[in-house]
Design a protein around this ligand. Sequence first.
Ligand code: AMP
Length: 422
Amino acid sequence: MFKRVAGTKDILPAQVSIWQSLEAISREVFNLYNYKEIRPPLLEESGLFNRSLGETAEIVQKQMFLVKKGEDEFALRPEATASIVRAYIENNLDKLQSFSKLYYIGPMFRLERPQKGRLRQFHHIGCEAIGSKDPYVDVEVVSLANTLLARFFIDEYTLHINSLGCPQDKKKFADFLRASLKGKVARLCEDCQARYERNVFRILDCKNEPCRAVIKALGLNNEHLCKECAQHFEVVKAGLGELGVTYEVSPLLVRGLDYYTGTVFEFKHKSLESQQDALGAGGRYDTLSRELGGPDKGACGFAFGIERLLLVCKEEKIAPAVKPLVFLILLGDQARQKGAKVLNDLRSHGIAADTDYESKSLKGAMRKANDFNARFVAILGEDELRKETISLKDMQSGQQREVGINEITQIISNSGPMVDGR
Ligand code: AMP
């Protein structure tokens, strides 16, 4: 028997409704902020990610699902920002609308060691605002993310923010880190020793205690920022304060991808394990469009991991209302024939309706109706057929009556919340 691939999940019908709720709430909030949905492909040239995330990024080094075909190498997308900027450039979105606010919901793939909250196929809800370097875009993006968490009824999280500054500031910061860590490399873990040369920023988010102690002693406090970047960061912080968004400035927050510049942020949740406590993260990436051969456009975005949101959201508060169902029990072949038409009528009037295709007995069919929590049970047997009626039981009031077979749709339509407003 085949099994699903480790680190992937079947999202079964019983769980799908909560996924749909999260997605519907997200779409509604994105619409409020005037973001438009974009659906880039799941497959890209692997070079896109190498170039955007950086050759030394952990995702590129270890986590890409690669497919080789002749000379070509493709990757299942490990994240969507690079794809969206590629799509923005390739489809000339900058010419249609120089500032594009885009959102996406969909699967991402990373070849990780699977564990709770860390999967090989997981899902992002995210957005990208491409085309402006205005600090108030950062404020909007961060507060949008904050609004989403509120709408998912998630609390007990902390928002950490920092600024990496412009590319020159980042270089200054990296040089400063290397110089300050020079005599201390031997005290770092093996991974961090390799990071010292390849990607010194990653040492800052190492979870090993000895590395953390070394880093803490450096007393980092954003001194690497030039005047302009420091000013940008001040406006972002003040803007968030104005909106009542609570945050902590975390000088150690750097994000491990090359494309980040300026503001970076991360939402962490108290009840998640420390290795996987980030609900979502994002930041500015002002050089990525140029890096990928596009126009010089500032941009900012974030992504939440849906599986992690589901670990902490209040499902009962966001679960969608279940659409009431009419369950039709058909006894005998003639009733089954007539019943197909009744079902069709109900459905074409926007009423959810189903019947039993399995059990031959009334008792078995009633059990099914119960399993589905049907709002109405309608029985059509030989007797009713002769009289051209149907017995209709309202499962809420317990009231049972016989109605004309041609009236049932009308009666149910008039009985309350059975029909969608369409
Ligand atoms: P990242 O692009 O790594 O910053 O990821 C953004 C968010 O996606 C994280 O904060 C997590 O919520 C989620 N995420 C990232 N990687 C995984 C994974 N392997 N499994 C589940 N969720 C993930």
